[in-house]
Design a protein around this ligand. Structure first.
Ligand SMILES: NC(=O)c1ccc[n+]([C@@H]2O[C@H](COP(=O)([O-])OP(=O)(O)OC[C@H]3O[C@@H](n4cnc5c(N)ncnc54)[C@H](OP(=O)(O)O)[C@@H]3O)[C@@H](O)[C@H]2O)c1
Length: 244
């Protein structure tokens, strides 16, 4: 059966690859991006049948509301899967001693409250699928948000704001998972691997070992095979459980 997805941060990187692979499977995808006209990659995929381009800035309430209304009108029967992928890295190289309050707030606004606001606004669209259908939410986290596996005070160079934001996102995942379990939702955090994208453009970034196509193929396989036991979990792109 054809499934309907929403992907945020679909202009490039991991999000765009999700859109490409979802469309290639013959499923329907609402590709949410800040500036739909400026993503050539996405423009090439939009056909308004399987792939729809939707304007969405995860930090802007007005934009989130308009996106929810547009998707709701186009997907009258609801949406099966929300992939909360939009995220920012913040300033590279900052550690816990020199990260400002402004830096934390900037990164949190996209990576934590952005995800929360988008998920809350899109819940009615997912709920349209009814109690009998499983609704799935993937929150794009990172191994750098794992408290158990934390290595350095600068998050291996990614900055403490990014790591703290992904740890907070993981708690948000757990809390939404608990809240929505009775409504047949599966909400989980995913670590996509260390993938070659603009987010990891820094010295050493070219060494990122994971190709986008493998990361997304693995994450789609996990989405396909999720069971109720996975609700509130944290998995890598191969579906292997991660430490919180
Ligand atoms: N690459 C990795 O190795 C890696 C590892 C762990 C986790 N992740 C996570 O994977 C996700 C995708 O990252 P990526 O590697 O694909 O990075 P990327 O190439 O930098 O893409 C980030 C995407 O997020 C979008 N975005 C940023 N702020 C947004 C906002 N306020 N509203 C809507 N969209 C926004 C960007 O849109 P614009 O084009 O408009 O800027 C872009 O589409 C992120 O959550 C990241 O933390 C990546």
């Amino acid at each position: 059966m054809v499934k309907t997805y929403i992907v945020t941060g679909a202009s490039r990187g991991i999000g765009l690859e999700f859109v490409e692979q979802i469309a290639a499977r013959g499923d329907i995808v609402f590709a949410c991006v800040r500036n739909p006209d400026s993503s050539k990659g996405l423009q090439a995929l939009i056909d308004n049948k399987r792939v729809f381009g939707i304007q969405l800035d995860a930090t802007c309430d007005k934009s989130i509301k308009a996106a929810a209304e547009e998707i709701s009108s186009k997907a009258s029967e609801g949406v099966d899967i929300l992939i909360n992928n939009a995220g920012i890295g913040g300033t590279m190289g900052l550690n816990v001693e020199n990260t400002s309050k402004e830096e934390y707030l900037k990164v949190f606004e996209t990576n934590v409250t952005g995800v929360s606001e988008v998920l809350k606004a899109f819940l009615p669209i997912l709920r349209k699928r009814g109690q009998e259908n499983v609704k799935k939410v993937l929150n794009m986290s990172s191994m750098l948000g794992s408290i158990a596996d934390m290595e350095t005070g600068d998050g291996l160079g990614f900055g403490s704001a990014y790591c703290v934001s992904k740890a907070a996102l993981n708690m948000l995942t757990k809390m939404f998972a608990s809240q929505l379990a009775k409504e047949n939702f599966i909400v989980y955090s995913s670590h996509p691997g260390w993938v070659k994208t603009e987010l990891v453009k820094h010295p050493g970034g070219d060494d990122a070992p994971t190709e986008k196509k493998d990361s997304i193929a693995g994450q789609l396989a996990k989405l396909d095979s999720l069971t109720a036991q996975d609700n509130g979990g944290f998995f890598d792109f191969n579906g292997k459980p991660m430490s919180w």
